[in-house]
Design a protein around this ligand. Structure first.
Ligand code: NZQ
Ligand code: ZN
Length: 404
């Protein structure tokens, strides 16, 4: 019998590719030298951020372990949140001069993304920004791995790298499976020094990585949907435990593991993903240099209200199964809206903003909204999102709804 044609809301075919070796636990860093050698590294660039990894002693410990394990290295610090192209270009030059064959990021998403950018750039003759502009595709890159210090961006297992070019404050992501890290060392104890704001912004980001995949029209893949809801509930509860007690190992561990699985593709198998909230946010962090997770919280409620009728039953499901809203079967729209309001209360409860004014501490001007719209729509040529495909005018409306 002929198979019925799939409707456009049915499960999608997919490739699930998650090659990163995860070494998780209190003693995880001890394996760093052996892991570098296992994945072919002989001379390493140890890449890190501002102060946190130095202050905690982690950086010194990693360097000591590499030395004791017979691996030579050079260091390059100074990665800032929303990592800059200029530092990555400096890193590319340094790697060429030093004959580096492996890049080890010690830090969070910004350090790992900067490491990926350097790794793309070393064997490439042109400007590494070409990849982010979609002008070229890398044929090879140096291997990258991480010692993760903040669960948030999920870059430790993802195929993405997001870089800000200071020339025009343009923040662009580039995705390629080549860049999935070889290994990720995750010690939840290392995340206990995170300030509450970074903890909360990280949790907001990882939840959004799954929500970008959950709010879809494809509702046949029940396994993926159930996994997404369980992950969201788990992290939503865990964050209160660590905000109350930053040294709670058990819940720091849930959040750390959750952050990786919620962005390594697992919670998106079989569905089309959306990513509009992320794309709208990247213009906010490009223009105002805000923390990415907080920027997402400022946009999502407005995006959700604008698109919810595209699949109302999904928003009802989210309200009931994730946000514990009682289901009013006579009023699905009311139930969906209560779910969005419950999410706003959750953001406030963990110290996140729910609009742009709360995010940047002032009113955003019409001109700034127009500029973000122009950049997000690539000069009015591109759309974003999938649940509802957003044109430039939709982007502008959502920014205006989110201004607060
Ligand atoms: O620079 P230091 O001093 O290390 O301080 C960092 C930084 O200020 C601090 N921090 C990190 N670990 C710490 C710590 N402070 C105390 N104790 C620790 N253990 O936290 C601050 C934020 O670090 P950052 O690396 O910027 O955080 P996150 O992991 O949230 O990364 C954000 C970047 O990732 C991008 C975002 O756009 C943003 O640029 N994203 C990357 C993705 C990817 N590659 O797959 C996906 C995401 O959606 C996201 O777009
Ligand atoms: Zn994100």
């Amino acid at each position: 019998m002929q198979k019925p044609l799939l409707s456009n809301t049915d499960m999608k075919d997919f490739n699930y590719y998650a090659p990163t070796e995860v070494v998780f636990g209190e003693q995880a860093e001890e394996q760093v030298a052996a892991l570098v050698k296992k994945y072919g590294g002989t001379k390493v660039l140890v890449h890190y951020g501002g102060q946190s990894a130095k202050r905690s002693g982690l950086l010194d410990k990693i360097c000591d372990l590499l030395r004791e394990g017979g691996v030579t290295y050079v260091t390059l610090g100074g990665v800032v949140p929303n990592p800059r192209l200029s530092l990555a270009q400096k890193g590319i030059e340094l790697c060429r001069q030093e004959g580096i064959d492996f890049i080890l990021a010690v830090g969070g998403g910004s350090v790992i993304d900067s490491a990926k950018c350097i790794a793309y750039g070393v064997p490439y003759e042109g400007n590494v920004w070409d990849f982010y502009l979609g002008k070229a595709e890398p044929k090879q890159m140096l291997p990258v791995a991480s010692v993760l210090t903040i669960p948030a961006a999920g870059s430790e297992m993802s195929e993405s790298s997001v870089i800000t070019n200071e020339d025009g404050d343009v923040k662009l992501g580039y995705s390629n499976n080549l860049s999935r890290p070889k290994f990720a060392i995750m010690n939840p104890r290392r995340t206990m020094t995170l300030p509450p704001y970074q903890t909360a912004a990280g949790v907001t980001d990882m939840m959004m990585h799954t929500m970008e995949r959950y709010f879809t029209k494809d509702d046949d893949m029940d396994f993926t949907t159930d996994l997404a809801e369980a992950s969201l509930r788990n992290i939503k509860n865990a964050v209160f435990a660590v905000l109350k007690n930053p040294e709670d190992y058990r819940y720091r561990a849930q959040i750390m593991w959750g952050g990786s699985l919620m962005h390594n593709g697992l919670t998106g198998c079989g569905v089309s993903d959306d990513w509009a909230t992320h794309q709208l946010e990247h213009e906010l962090s490009g223009m105002f240099d805000v923390t990415h997770g907080a920027g997402l919280a400022a946009i999502w409620p407005s995006w959700a209200r604008y698109v919810m009728h595209e699949n109302l039953s999904r928003f009802v499901r989210f309200a009931v199964n994730v946000m514990d809203v009682p289901n009013d079967f006579t009023d699905p729209e009311g139930t969906a809206l209560k779910g969005i309001e419950a999410m706003e209360r959750f953001y406030h409860a963990i110290g996140m903003p729910i609009n742009i004014k709360e995010l940047i501490g002032k009113d955003i001007s019409d001109e700034e909204i127009k500029e973000m719209t122009r950049k997000c729509s690539r000069d009015y040529t591109a759309t974003c999102g999938c649940l509802k495909v957003l044109k430039a005018e939709d982007m502008e409306t959502i920014y205006k709804m989110a201004r607060g």
